[in-house]
Design a protein around this ligand. Structure first.
Ligand code: ATP
Ligand code: MG
Ligand code: MG
Ligand code: MG
Length: 580
């Protein structure tokens, strides 16, 4: 294909856009690849769209190679499934919500676990159908608090998301590994330098969730790496040992239950219901109450009331219809300042192992984390116990608490050496989800022995549009963009820098030859000065620039390597062979 710059819908800019801080953003705008429409919302112009499509192609090729099958789900989604999974509430302000003309609630999909679980449930019903992995390359919507750096953090962006469905944990581990390997191949083909870091403190095994971070100073993620052992983790996931628990004789055995989700009150109530505990309480929760300091009391049939736990779901307000529905048939009790003063068990604002210890609870029975939410139980006297929810990733099954802050030079948790801190941009995320969504949607299939089996899921995301910015970020120089051949908007940028008719004809002929050989060519046939053309060729970033200039009088053309800056003259007749 020959793309003539005299006709291409392209306007390059001499100056950096006023709102741009990071180089990739400045250059992608200046080179006419993208244009801003609203915060975090961008249009793709011809050359940008080509690069985006090339990234998509590489991603698709590697997904297809591991046997994943492409489908496409809508971005406009009904509220109901997200209500079932509780994410209508949990996603909070990050969700774009809208209503149709009849007043029904919809959302623009930020990620599609719900819909994929439902899609598989709708089609498959036997163990013979599994395993299966589905993916899509799709526009996602998230109302990011701080959209940033152009397409790097958009509110509308393109993600490849895939979901694996297996019947066994081993199957899930294999699907996870296949994705992890595919992501490595994708990033290598795209020329991205990256590190794989653990994204969780290891609640479900060391590889339950990992992030692919592109190394970059402008990244928003900080990770630490131990040079000696290769240990690498997002700082949010680094753990250090907690103080040893103090044994307390005579403690009744406390039950620890897994909660499938983040600590909202709805989760707590959902857990209690599924564990067969009756909930009761005092005042109903109103919309005006922020969901802080909620205490749930429990009573097993025929037994006394006891304190079950404290849910600290953050400051988010929830509309009360939602809340009432999610609480059905349970109620919760909201505590006052006085209640907190009177009861040493009630740790205001936060309940975690340290908070419990600080508040006189002397024994931690069984900490456990599920999806970043820990259930812990403790007691300060025989016969009493308290169960708490820990928000965030601050507690792990092996009894460790998140460090206050991990710093460059801290000892590595594996004891192998010191940690080095650096910054990165999250480009991919692989996650062994387990049965969180298949439980929520009761996805059952007929097992080999005739009994129902519940599939276990993995979810895997890669930021397709973000990768365009990441490549630009890692590869540019002060003159402009530099695209690796795999994603470049063209193979050759051919500049006509000589006004002679013979040179022009020679350039046209060379372009035709290159095109015939299967290469795509950007041909700068504009009536502009050579200086302007050279500048644009550097700004646009095609890796190979061919100049038909003064040397053409002697039968030569110039080949310029956009990466090394090297340039050499070759006879025009051999130019094609040199390029191939
Ligand atoms: P981040 O930590 O950067 O906010 P995330 O952890 O919220 O990303 P995931 O939900 O894991 O993102 O989504 C999978 C991938 O989608 C990410 O690894 C990233 O590459 C991409 N992505 C997420 N949010 C955005 C965004 N706002 N703009 C562009 N790409 C995004
Ligand atoms: Mg995010
Ligand atoms: Mg992230
Ligand atoms: Mg992520």
């Amino acid at each position: 294909m020959i793309t003539r710059l005299s006709q291409l819908f392209l306007r390059t800019l001499r100056d950096d856009p006023a709102d741009a801080e990071v180089p990739s953003h400045k250059l992608l705008v200046r080179a006419g690849y993208v244009r801003r429409i609203a915060p975090g919302v961008y249009s793709w112009l011809p050359l940008g769209l080509r690069v985006l499509r090339e990234v998509e192609r590489v991603v698709r090729e590697e997904m297809d190679a591991i046997g994943a099958q492409e489908i496409s789900l809508p971005a406009l989604l009904p509220r109901d499934p997200y209500e079932t999974s509780n994410r209508w509430t949990e996603y909070g302000d990050g969700l774009f919500r809208l209503q149709d003309r009849k007043g029904n609630d919809y959302l623009l999909g930020p990620t599609h676990e719900e819909m994929f679980a439902l899609t598989v449930k709708g089609e498959y019903n036997s163990y013979k159908d599994f395993p299966v992995t589905l993916y899509q390359v799709q526009t996602k919507y998230r109302d990011e608090e701080r959209p940033r750096a152009g397409i790097l953090r958009g509110r509308e962006f393109v993600m490849k998301d895939s979901y694996s469905f297996d019947l066994t944990d081993e199957g899930l581990a294999a699907s996870y590994q296949a994705h992890r390997d595919a992501y490595e191949r994708i990033l290598q083909r795209l020329g991205v330098s990256y590190v794989i870091v653990s994204a969780t403190s290891g609640a479900m095994g060391g590889s339950a969730s990992e992030e692919f971070l592109a190394e970059s100073e402008v990244g928003e993620d900080t990770y630490v790496r131990c040079v000696e052992s290769g240990y690498a983790a997002n700082v949010e996931a680094v753990t250090t040992p907690a103080p040893a628990p103090i044994p307390f004789d005579g403690l009744p055995e406390a039950v620890v239950h897994e909660t499938p989700d983040a600590p909202t009150i709805a989760t707590l109530v959902h857990w209690a219901n599924s564990a067969g505990v009756t909930l009761d309480g005092g005042r109903p929760v109103a919309a005006a109450d922020t969901l802080k300091n909620i205490v749930v009391k429990t009573r097993r049939p025929g037994e006394e009331w006891e304190l079950l736990g404290i849910g600290i779901p953050g400051d988010r307000e929830v509309d009360d219809k939602r809340l009432e529905a999610s609480l059905e048939p349970a109620e919760v009790e909201l505590l006052t300042e006085a209640d907190f003063a009177a009861n040493p068990f009630l740790v205001k604002g936060y309940i975690g192992p340290k908070a419990l210890l600080d508040n006189g609870v002397r024994y931690l029975v069984d900490p456990r984390v599920v999806d970043g939410t820990a259930w812990i139980t403790g007691a300060d006297a025989p016969g009493k116990h308290v169960v708490g929810l820990v928000a965030g990733r601050d507690f792990t099954p092996d009894g460790t608490i998140e460090a206050a802050e991990v710093r460059d030079g801290d000892p590595s948790p594996d004891g192998a050496g010191r940690l080095v801190a650096a910054r990165g941009i999250e480009v991919g995320h692989v996650f062994q989800l387990g049965r969180k969504y298949t439980d929520a949607f009761e996805v059952n299939v007929l097992g080999e022995n005739g009994k129902p089996v519940r599939p276990t899921m993995g979810s895997y995301g890669i930021g397709v549009s973000r990768l365009v910015a990441v490549i630009a970020e890692q590869q540019h120089d002060d003159k402009g963009l530099r695209w690796p051949a795999e994603v470049s908007p063209a193979d050759v940028h051919l500049v006509i820098a000589n006004k002679d008719d013979a040179a022009r004809e020679g350039a046209e002929a060379l372009a035709a030859q290159l095109d015939k050989a299967g290469l795509s060519v950007i041909l700068d046939d504009r009536k502009a000065s050579p200086g302007v053309k050279f500048k644009d060729s550097e700004l646009l970033g095609v890796p190979l620039i061919v100049v038909v200039g003064r040397g053409y009088a002697d039968g030569n053309v110039e080949l310029r390597d956009r990466f090394t800056g090297e340039s050499r003259e070759v006879p025009a007749e051999t130019a094609l062979d040199e390029v191939l």
